[in-house]
Design a protein around this ligand. Structure first.
Ligand SMILES: [Zn+2]
Length: 180
């Protein structure tokens, strides 16, 4: 078991190593990158995608899904980004949706009411959410982004991570969203 004292001890090492020359980062992700992924401890994007500190904003929820709540969170983060435009890195913005095999969403399939509430849809519409199929779900969610987000230089992609092999597969390559 990991306890809080252990975390604080690790933080002491982190601060000593990483902040020896000052904080060095701004609120804008240095990689112009946002990742939406699952809370599953096996699929931390920082580990499996080798993110550097400050490189990407990461939203994690059950399944890494684009729900109305995820869209609201993204909208709020967009406002934060606009408030710090001067610190934005050059180049397009990349939104990466990261789903994975053996997701706990599979265990939730029998709980239709919970899922319907989560996705804010009627229970009969859940089939279209592909909760038992990461390849299908990542396509569904990239489509939602293309319907809901309209911005220049904004790319969305969909990846599936295999928890058995540690490898990611590009299911939806980086794709521009409609500008209007
Ligand atoms: Zn999961």
């Amino acid at each position: 078991m990991t306890d809080v004292a252990e975390l604080v001890r690790r933080n002491t090492d982190f601060a000593a190593e990483q902040f020896a020359t000052g904080p060095g980062l701004t609120i804008n992700p240095t990689g112009n990158m946002m990742i939406v992924g699952c809370v599953d401890p096996r699929v931390d994007p920082s580990h499996i995608l080798g993110l550097h500190r400050g490189e990407a904003a990461v939203i994690r929820n059950v399944g890494g899904r684009i729900t109305p709540a995820t869209l609201r969170t993204m909208k709020m983060l967009g406002k934060v980004g606009q408030a710090h435009q001067d610190g934005k890195a050059d180049g397009p913005w990349n939104l990466v949706i990261l789903h994975h095999t053996e997701c706990g969403m599979l265990d939730l399939a029998p709980f239709e009411d919970l899922l319907a509430e989560y996705f804010e849809v009627a229970p009969h519409a859940l089939t279209a959410k592909h909760v038992s199929d990461p390849h299908g779900s990542v396509r569904v969610d990239t489509d939602i982004i293309r319907q809901e987000v309209h911005a220049p230089d904004f790319l969305v992609s969909g990846l599936v991570y295999d928890v058995a092999t540690g490898t990611v597969e590009i299911v939806v390559p980086p794709t521009a969203v409609p500008v209007a």
